[in-house]
Design a binder for this molecule. Structure first.
Ligand SMILES: [Zn+2]
Length: 400
């Protein structure tokens, strides 16, 4: 499972590669899974090399051959592929042609081996890795039945189905009303205990459970959750209650469809809430809300930040670069990746380049602050980007 930051950075890298176009069919994408032997890949590349020598256009042939050469030269540094495998994106781009050579180590293992030569890089397998596969717990309950299941991506599976012995609404003849009610109460308590134990077991052992949806026809679902039947870690994950007509396997589908809007909105709602908290602190003038690159960095270094929010729309980089000619060095935040030496007017050599999101994620981790990437989908996200420079934080305590 990728963290939000890893996902953001990976996505950005893919977008960068996606924008690259070759003049002809001359950009090479090579996917190497972790279990592939480097010597086999080399043999395959030698084969591709000799076939590419037959390409008619002289320029294309030259570009393809030098791309393959470049991959082979780089492959020599590997005894075996990295744990998640690797992907080469290599080719001559632009006029005059410049070699682009990227090695991407996917954040989760890839399982395909593939060589492709095209006018653009082949990114689909990596893009597929990014598709969200969140897992949600599903719980349906009334006084007769309970069903527990999971929603993974768009797949719904049933994990448990139970029926109760709670008596129906009508008492048997001869029973006093009070006795009937007492028996019903005891039976309901036993029923809730049984369902609670099963739910705790199934939900707690599930990794990456993002949230839990609770459904059922009447008030029973809330009665159950408000009682002491669920583990507190499970309770914390409940996203909402939804009315469904059924409490069986069919009800699981009903539950997912009535919660679909909330599920789509999950990230946006969390972003919104966080930004509202920040804006509230601003309004109260409490001194706990800070914003701007320098202020937030300073507070992070002091360990005073509770949560950092960075807009996903920021195009800024932390760059360390040196001029090869005069030795002039820079180290700071820039809005572009290509820097020119102010003295010699030539491109500077990049020693280190980091996306600002990555930079702040690291700073936050060092000082145990929470870190959030805020999208621009919500009004609040737009405010963070436009009014607060895209970087803000809420402090644990006042610092000035
Ligand atoms: Zn210079």
């Amino acid at each position: 499972m990728l963290s939000k930051t890893e996902k953001y950075l990976f996505k950005k890298k893919l977008e960068e590669l996606k924008s690259i176009r070759g003049q002809h069919t001359e950009l090479i994408s090579l996917y190497i899974p972790p279990n592939r032997r480097i010597s086999d890949v080399m043999a395959h590349l030698r084969d591709e090399y000799s076939q590419s020598s037959n390409i008619k256009s002289k320029q294309t042939r030259k570009n393809v051959l030098s791309a393959i050469e470049s991959i082979m030269a780089r492959l020599r540094y590997f005894k075996e592929p990295p744990p998640n495998g690797m992907v080469f994106f290599v080719g001559m781009v632009g006029e005059p042609p410049k070699l682009v050579a990227e090695i991407v180590e996917p954040p989760i293992p890839i399982n395909i081996y593939l060589y492709r030569c095209d006018s653009q890089f082949y990114l689909e397998p990596l893009e597929r890795l990014l598709e969200e596969k969140d897992v949600y717990g599903l719980l349906l309950i009334d006084r007769r039945e309970a069903t527990i299941g999971f929603l993974t991506g768009s797949r719904i599976e049933m994990a448990a189905y139970m029926t109760s012995r709670v008596p129906g609404k009508h008492k048997k003849g001869g029973q006093s009303q009070r006795r009937f009610e007492r028996l019903t109460e005891i039976a309901a308590h036993e029923w809730f205990t049984k369902v609670g134990e099963k739910a705790n077991q199934l939900f707690l052992e599930k990794k990456n459970l993002k949230g839990i949806l609770v459904g059922g026809p009447g008030p029973t679902k809330r009665e159950f959750v408000n009682g002491n039947y669920l583990d507190y870690r499970i309770k914390k994950k409940i996203i909402g209650f939804y009315d469904t007509g059924y409490t069986d396997e069919y009800g699981l589908r009903e539950l997912v469809s009535s919660a679909s809007t909330d599920l789509e909105q999950m990230d946006i709602i969390r972003d919104k809430k966080l930004m509202q908290k920040f804006l509230n602190e601003i309004k109260k003038n409490s001194g706990l809300a800070i914003y701007g690159e320098k202020e937030v960095r300073k507070a992070l270094e002091m360990g005073a930040v509770e949560v950092v929010m960075v807009s996903d729309a920021l195009e800024k980089y932390k760059i360390r670069a040196k001029c090869k000619s005069c030795g002039y060095e820079v180290n700071g935040i820039f809005e572009k990746v290509d820097l020119t030496c102010p003295h010699c007017s030539i491109p500077m050599g990049i020693l280190e380049r980091k996306d600002i999101v990555e930079e702040y994620a690291e700073l936050a981790e060092k000082s145990s602050a929470e870190f959030e990437i805020i999208g621009r989908e919500s009004e609040e996200g737009e405010i963070l980007y436009k009014a607060f420079g895209g970087i803000a934080g809420i402090l644990r305590y006042k610092i000035e």
